[in-house]
Design a protein around this ligand. Structure first.
Ligand SMILES: Cc1cc2nc3c(=O)[nH]c(=O)nc-3n(C[C@H](O)[C@H](O)[C@H](O)COP(=O)(O)OP(=O)(O)OC[C@H]3O[C@@H](n4cnc5c(N)ncnc54)[C@H](O)[C@@H]3O)c2cc1C
Length: 431
């Protein structure tokens, strides 16, 4: 077999131009686009699928993790809080009454400030949200390459039904979930293998009956195959996969779907059906930027250039961390910012930054920073971080934690998060 071929050099049309082009319409990309638009920028968002939401919708991750620390303090405000309400605008939510409206502190809360949401309703609410914010969304369009001139990205080359074309931009935000733009622009990145997890939705007459009696229909339909990130998986024989190669993605998809099929074969019975499968491989962390600065995973420490506080959403209660602006940008590339699960945070930091509220926070910060850089005529490295912090704080983002959060966390008792998931099919995790 011939090992390689030469791609023909050719002229392609410019399909559009905007101040800010966002690649990827997951919740981080949505937040980045809206933040840039609210700061006066024209924005185009490129999305390879035909819906917004990314893992949260296509990947079935319809659990918007907590905005509070488990001790009654609200940690996430700004767009992270606003998007939680957008996701459940046209269907049910599971937000405890004490948190509705978003108080900054609740004494003895009856639950965490989180919600599950209905995927179709969320998708349509996101469409409406983007239209209201004047973001031009281009669906069914795959980002292929950044157009680089030295350390400056002039736009992106994409491919869709019309063929190959370019979108020009003054600033680009990589919200692809896999750092596709930054990596192809030459930024230093880290990759890691992923455990298999497969969330499906099912109809089970028995469960619907009991759910209806308790008025919790929304809690009875998710089924999880594969492994959990919060378990010790060392005894598992399931392989792990990279989400950044054709082979890794295909092997992951085929294995995870075969686990669902095994279950379906064993559960052929009246009153049971699988309703839907995920339409995006459910990789958690694939590739991330190794940016100008890495997040330091030390709780309760003051970070001067913090763009907001974050928490590890699988713990209850949670420690609070401040996240640095420089972890959104490369040391050299002047105008591509990272947003979402690809920001510069390794190890436990990567785990913290992949949860939906953290992804939305970094999306908001990246979109706002891009707008400030355009207004100031400077690079992302030269952005006035004080002005960025003021801008984010004005929308409700907690930039630095209060002294109470920093000093006064008296031996809290760890509690269960009570995730609304059927865990009885985690057989493959050897637990
Ligand atoms: C199994 C699983 C369970 C999880 N559980 C939870 C949970 O309960 N709660 C929680 O808060 N978080 C959870 N997470 C994490 C969370 O869902 C994600 O980290 C978060 O949604 C990522 O958002 P994002 O916008 O950064 O990336 P993504 O949601 O991955 O969005 C990236 C978008 O970019 C698009 N894209 C990619 N490449 C291209 C390209 N080349 N051209 C154009 N578009 C492109 C994709 O189609 C997608 O829409 C879970 C993750 C997994 C995998």
């Amino acid at each position: 077999m011939v090992k390689s071929v030469v791609e023909e050099k050719r002229e392609i049309p410019v399909a559009g131009e905007a101040d800010v082009v966002v690649v990827g319409g997951g919740l981080a990309g949505v937040a980045a686009a809206v933040a840039a638009a609210r700061n006066g920028m024209s924005v185009i968002l490129i999305e390879k699928s035909c819906v917004l939401g990314g893992l949260a919708t296509l990947g079935h991750v319809c659990v918007y993790m907590p905005l509070d620390d488990g001790l009654g303090h609200k940690i996430h405000g700004g767009l992270a809080e606003e998007l939680l309400y957008v996701c459940c605008r046209y269907s049910y939510n599971t937000i405890p009454d004490c948190w509705k409206g978003g108080p900054s502190y609740v004494e003895n809360p009856e639950g965490r400030y989180q919600t599950t949401f209905n995927i179709p309703a969320c998708i349509m609410a996101l469409d409406e949200f983007m239209e209201a914010e004047h973001v031009k969304v281009i669906f069914d369009t795959v980002f292929c390459l950044p157009i680089m001139e030295g350390n400056v990205c002039k736009g992106v080359i994409v491919e869709n039904k019309s063929g190959r074309s370019a979108y020009l931009a003054r600033m680009v935000i990589d919200a692809s979930g896999d750092a596709d733009v930054l990596y192809r622009a030459g930024a230093e990145c880290e990759e890691q293998k992923n455990i298999v997890s497969h969330w499906t939705y099912e109809v089970d007459v028995e469960k619907i009956r009991s759910g209806t009696e308790k008025d919790v229909l929304h809690n009875v339909r998710m089924r999880w195959f594969g492994l959990r990130p919060d378990f010790d998986n060392s005894g598992s024989t399931l392989p792990m996969f990279y989400g950044t190669t054709c082979e890794g993605v295909n092997d992951y998809i085929k294995l995870s779907r075969s686990l669902a099929l095994d279950y379906l074969k064993k559960n052929q019975r009246e009153g049971y059906a699988m309703m839907t499968l995920p339409f995006m491989p459910q990789f958690r962390m694939t590739r991330r930027l190794k940016g100008l600065k890495e997040m330091e995973v030390v709780p309760r420490v003051h970070v001067e250039h913090s763009i907001g506080c974050v928490i590890h959403c699988l713990e209850n209660p949670e420690e609070v961390y401040e996240f640095p602006y420089e972890a959104l940008i490369d040391s050299k590339i002047e105008n591509i910012a990272a947003a979402g699960r690809i920001v510069s945070a390794g190890g436990r930091g990567w785990e913290i930054m992949r949860f939906i509220p953290s992804c939305v926070l970094t999306g908001q910060a990246a979109g706002t920073a891009a707008a400030l850089a355009i207004k100031a005529g400077c690079s992302l490295q030269e952005v006035d971080v004080g002005a960025l912090q003021d801008n984010l704080a004005a929308t409700g983002v907690m930039i630095h934690m209060t002294e109470e959060l920093r000093n006064n966390r008296k031996n809290p008792v760890k509690k269960s998060l009570n995730l609304p998931i059927n865990t009885d099919t985690l057989a493959y995790s050897q637990h």
